[in-house]
Ligand binder design. Structure first.
Ligand code: NAD
Length: 458
């Protein structure tokens, strides 16, 4: 037995004690988590800055704030969600009643990526806690400072038999995946998602995959060009484009393409008066491997229309708009996950829809258009995980929307009530009355019973 199996055994024993079964326990623990984050806020800012050069305000807006909001929401609603839900009985089973019970799975393994290392660990954690599970979090080794602070925070406030953070590289994930967890919640790349799914399938462990892909933006002719430029570049520049739902590339209607480009130029001047590379809170590319990958994509084809400058030894890359690309360029073949924004001009929306439908289904899609028919047509005709009309990214902050991909961009969803559902097994239980027993289902069969069966079961 390695130390991880002992850890899981301890969680199992603790879970069996039934401690997590009550709403009051879960609410109290989420309150502790909420307050612990406040206590660790400065340490988290420092760690996120060390790992990604994130400014404190960006770290709050995109990691700590949304996690606090989610924890508060889970706390407020979990009691109602926990209530067994009565559903109608069936005539065939008369007399009966039925209820759906939400049950915790047991021990949940959360495997998190590096790009929003805090948010993508603590938002699943909040859902798993609200649903009454024990949790093991394995953060990404590529954001080690944040992983260490999260580990300290959890160790200070929670018993490891309830929640713990395990740090280390891929070999640690592999060891954890050998164990019989009760649920696996994975956020990361599509290729690794496939490895996780195969590993979980061998042990029949249920799982959620929150993956990536190329999330398109479509900028139609009926649009407020300046506002579109502002909101698109906000979504592309936060975390320097290292965001799973960043607009990966744009289809732009030819009639407004030049105007959009000059509006983008203005926006970038407004965001970074001395240039992004001189802006103290402009996030760096996480690793040399990813930096080299982005350099390869930058040189892979098309024409740089805006930006393009880099500082190699700091792994900084300007927001860079690239025109004249096609689907054969490397930048259009893989998820960019960085500050490069290729643009394809279009005249015919049908052609855009055909091209998108020839690609893997994306995690997000952004429609910039004030034309309701255009909006509805794209929603109806293009499959995608979730999306936003006339803005980017912010749909993730809505507690009432499920967040998750489809096909190559993921399986399952979470946030708000969807998190509670993801981390709960729904146990359906029927209760039969004993004061009467309809006999037509029992042998010996005869014509009368058959007629009754046909009456009740149709
Ligand atoms: P990744 O897949 O390389 O790593 C994610 C996690 O898996 C890490 O904890 C890592 O240690 C572990 N891991 C890596 N290789 C493994 C293996 N062979 N076996 C077991 N575990 C392994 O992803 P990343 O580079 O950290 O994150 C970037 C990707 O994540 C992008 O594709 C992005 O789109 C996606 N992402 C998706 C979401 C979402 O919510 N859908 C959010 C953020 C990032």
């Amino acid at each position: 037995m390695n130390s991880y199996s002992t850890l899981l055994e301890n969680q199992r024993t603790w879970f069996k004690s039934g401690a997590t079964r009550t709403a009051s326990f879960r609410t109290r623990q989420l309150k502790i988590l909420y307050e612990a984050i406040h206590q660790y806020e400065d340490r988290l800012y420092a760690a996120l800055n060390e790992d990604l050069n994130k400014a404190a305000q960006e770290a709050y807006n995109t990691e700590i704030g949304p996690a606090l909001s989610e924890i508060g929401y889970q706390r407020k609603h979990l009691k109602a969600w926990m209530e067994p839900k009565s559903v109608p009985g069936m005539l065939f089973s008369f007399p009966s009643s039925a209820k759906v019970y939400a049950e915790p799975y047991g021990s949940v393994l959360v495997l998190a990526p590096w790009n929003y290392p805090f948010w993508l660990s603590f938002v699943p954690l909040a859902g798993a806690m609200a649903a009454g599970n024990c949790v093991v979090i394995k953060p990404s080794e590529l954001a080690p400072a944040t992983a260490t602070v999260m580990q300290q925070l959890i160790a200070e406030f929670f018993d490891p038999a309830y929640i713990t953070v395990v740090t280390g590289d891929v070999s640690v994930s592999e060891k954890l995946l050998e164990l019989q967890f009760d649920y696996i919640f994975f956020t990361g790349s599509t290729p690794v998602g496939s490895i996780i799914a195969q590993s979980a399938a061998k042990k029949l462990i249920p799982y959620t995959l929150e993956l990536g892909g190329k999330s398109p933006g479509i900028v139609d002719k009926d649009v407020d060009v300046k506002l579109a430029a502002l909101r698109l570049l906000w979504g592309k520049t936060i975390n320097s484009g290292q965001t799973c739902v960043a607009p990966d590339f744009l289809f732009v209607h030819s009639s407004i393409a030049d105007r959009l480009l000059s509006a983008m130029e203005q926006v970038l001047k407004q965001f970074y008066p001395d240039g992004a590379l001189n802006y103290p809170g402009y996030p760096r590319i996480i690793s040399e491997r990813h930096y080299q990958r982005l350099q390869r994509l930058l040189g892979s084809g098309g024409k740089v229309l805006l930006g393009g400058k880099c500082i190699d030894d700091k792994r900084l890359m300007e927001p860079t708009v690239i025109g004249e690309v096609d689907w054969n360029d490397a930048v259009m073949k893989e998820e960019i996950f960085g500050p490069l924004l290729p643009i394809i001009r279009y005249d015919d929306l049908s052609e855009v829809i055909n091209q998108l439908n020839a690609q893997p289904k994306p995690l997000a899609l952004y429609i910039f258009s004030s034309n309701r028919k255009t909006q509805q047509r794209i929603i109806r005709e293009v499959p995608f995980g979730g999306g936003l009309i006339n803005d980017t990214i912010e749909h993730l902050g809505n507690h009432y929307l499920p967040f998750g991909g489809i096909g190559g961009s993921g399986q399952g969803a979470y946030h708000g009530k969807y998190s509670f559902e993801t981390f709960s097994h729904r146990k359906g239980v029927m209760k039969k009355g004993t004061w009467i027993d309809l006999r037509f289902r029992y042998p010996p069969f005869n014509k009368f019973n058959f007629r009754l069966a046909k009456f009740f079961l149709k």
